[in-house]
Design a protein around this ligand. Sequence first.
Ligand code: PRX
Length: 575
Amino acid sequence: MLLNHVSTVFTAYLWQQTSFHDVVALEIETFWGALASQRLSWISPFNTVQNCNFSQGKIKWFEGGKLNVSVNCLDRHVHTCPERVALIWERDEPGTEVKFTYRELLELTCRLGNLLKRLGVRRGDCVTLYMPSCPLAVASMLACARIGAVHNVVFAGFSAEALADRIRDTQSSTVITVNQGVRGGKVIDLKRTVDQAVQNCPSVQQVLVAMRTENSVAMTDRDVPLEEYVFSYQDGDVFGCMADIGWITGHSYGVYGPLCNGGTTVLFESTPVYPDPGRYWETVQRLGISQFYGAPTAIRLLLKYGDEWVQKYDRSCLKTLGSVGEPINREAWEWYHRVVGGGRCPVIDTWWQTETGGICIAPRPSDPDAEIIPGMAMRPFYGIKPALLDAKGEVLHAHDSTGALCISMAWPGMARTIHNDHQRFIETYFQPYPGYFFTGDGAYCSKEGYYQIVGRLDDVINVSGHRLGTAELEDVVVCTIKCVYVFVVLKKGVEVQEDVLAQQLREMVSRNIAKYASPDYIQVVGRLPKTRSGKIMRRVLRKVVERKTDDLGDLSTLDDSEAVHEVIRGHQRLH
Ligand code: PRX
């Protein structure tokens, strides 16, 4: 698990460096080998850089080597700059941020690590974290890594059943939580959810409970109270990854990447619209964020509120704007670039997945001459070798083609297995295209060799014999199903006649893509069903359109079930 973070460390490092030309030319193995030796402290050095075989699903990196990622994130920097700010906890209530130095974070991590050991947590055991983004959660992750335990971070918006599933799957003996979470001004009873979940999890022996709010909670014999912590302040470079630590982006770019590089990271507890839609930019101004890393769903949401919420705040500290999680459509890209970045900051559309551990395709902010095209993830990251394959499994050699996005060589941060199910790992990622890692996404590669993600392959639809990616269509309007069925969310305050809008959208799609892609149906909705990480749940929309509402599938990651009911009611009214 520790080595999974190696390539994250490098990609995060690239956000901070000015030139990388000298390493580009090196061979892949030399590249990863050199970075691993230079950028990490090893307990024992590795013998081989890699020993991977995709057809066997064998992923082995740095064999013989031993390191501790918590030592790399903390101790290394405490030796040289103990008072540098490691974390800025941007709490729900604006203006109440808390800063943690590397020294303080190391102390907290060691205290927690020792407590976990005293409570019987051993190397290889799994500890489940059900906590909001907060310093104690980061210290808990690092404490697990320090003592060789595996952390299973469950997003703190998940239900008791979803949490119980994940605790049972990992056979965790220990859960760490807080009494209550606070998000968007609302108090959420996290401990109560844990209490419900562990009723059905016989493996759980103890629940460690920290106090996020002052409200007391019922404690049982199984519960262990955790004390509160200290903080201080020092200026420094500030990495503002807005993702919750319950998602991979929060792991790789909120915690391990920035800390391993000795950077200062912001932990965002709140929402982009609390107390108002200026929250992100007010935070940027107040904390001096230099790299802002957010999701297209949030950008699309904020642009609906207008430019004044951004322009109110000084954003001169911003250097780079990152986007991740979904294709960023051109309108959102341009708004992010022009309004948020004032046309001055490169927008970095970064493509990657939980399985890849870190960024795989992205423009390079470190190269001032690098071309960036809106809505394109652009070029493979150093050491990543993408390949596009057609339906017959043939590699598409010519540029200017669209196919299944695969990766032909291993890299250190990639997943090495699926917990308790290695066969599923092989079947999902290596069997669809033998010899390649299959990402599940479709991509277009331009004549110049630039990549554009066209969406999940299961979202690609076949209309009149043509394959259409949802991203491509969404760029012009925004969703599609077999025949093209478009769901439209209007900007705040916009009022249009629906038939006029429908006519305009049909013309736009015909003009910008093709006549065959023109939407057959258009439904205006107040909001779309989304996962708690902000991805639109297209498979649910597809079921609504297919009138299979009694078979909506797994909704455990759905953020707000009312959004589905609204879409269903609207659909019934129209048809
Ligand atoms: O479909 C791609 C989309 O998100 C998927 C990975 O989701 P997850 O494992 O939750 O990780 C999200 C954070 C890395 C991918 O298979 N995706 C991610 N980034 C982009 C993207 N689609 C288009 N452009 C991106 N920049």
